[in-house]
Design a protein around this ligand. Structure first.
Ligand code: SF4
Length: 187
């Protein structure tokens, strides 16, 4: 699955519409968790987790240090989840404004919610602008979370990102609420 994860980032650079495929990584973990598979997606299928594992363990890019306690704390993990969901909602709202015709399509990728990179080399003229706007916003989130994952992989243990990954936190919350299963992921 790590090949698919790497290919996703690569393809998005050539055609931003590939960003829509990332919705699979959003929906499948939640569906599996609701269906009683707990963190089955994280432990078996997540390409992001496998990619970080490969880079950290096989390619030896990780310093293999313990992750700081504050990153593991509930306050940080839930706080980051709330922040992530607010950013996601903002991205959906921007898509709606483009759909309504109130805003124009912004062909830009925003890295780490701050740095804007113009993205002019993708072919997007054949679809409705809101479809492209969502793709730009979603790809920005995916690239940002990949960068955060790689930074924490280098600084700490390979899968340190999984400790505070919003998808991991959400699936853990669902499992805990439904089945009282609060098991985490090995990092
Ligand atoms: S916590 Fe996030 S990155 Fe890690 S395996 Fe689960 S979904 Fe993938």
């Amino acid at each position: 699955m790590w090949i698919i994860s790497a290919a996703y980032l690569f393809l998005g650079m050539f055609n931003i519409l590939f960003a829509w495929l990332g919705m699979i990584c959003f929906l499948v973990p939640i569906i599996m968790s609701v269906a009683g598979k707990g963190k089955g997606y994280c432990n078996n299928y997540c390409g992001r987790g496998q990619l970080l594992d490969l880079m950290g363990n096989k390619m030896k890019l990780s310093r293999y240090r313990d992750i700081p306690k504050f990153l593991k704390s509930k306050t940080f993990r839930y706080g980051f989840l709330v922040f992530f969901l607010i950013m996601f909602s903002n991205m959906v709202f921007n898509t709606y404004l483009v759909f309504k015709g109130s805003n124009e399509l912004k062909e830009v990728i925003t890295i780490l919610w701050t740095f804007k990179m113009p993205w002019n080399f993708s072919e997007i003229s054949m679809v409705n602008p809101w479809v492209s706007q969502f793709a730009f916003g979603f790809f920005s989130l995916m690239v940002t979370s990949t960068i955060l994952g790689i930074i924490t992989m280098i600084l700490f243990k390979p899968r340190s990102w999984c400790v505070y990954c919003p998808m991991g936190t959400m699936t853990q919350m669902i499992s805990k609420a439904k089945y009282n299963d609060s098991k985490g992921i090995d990092i």
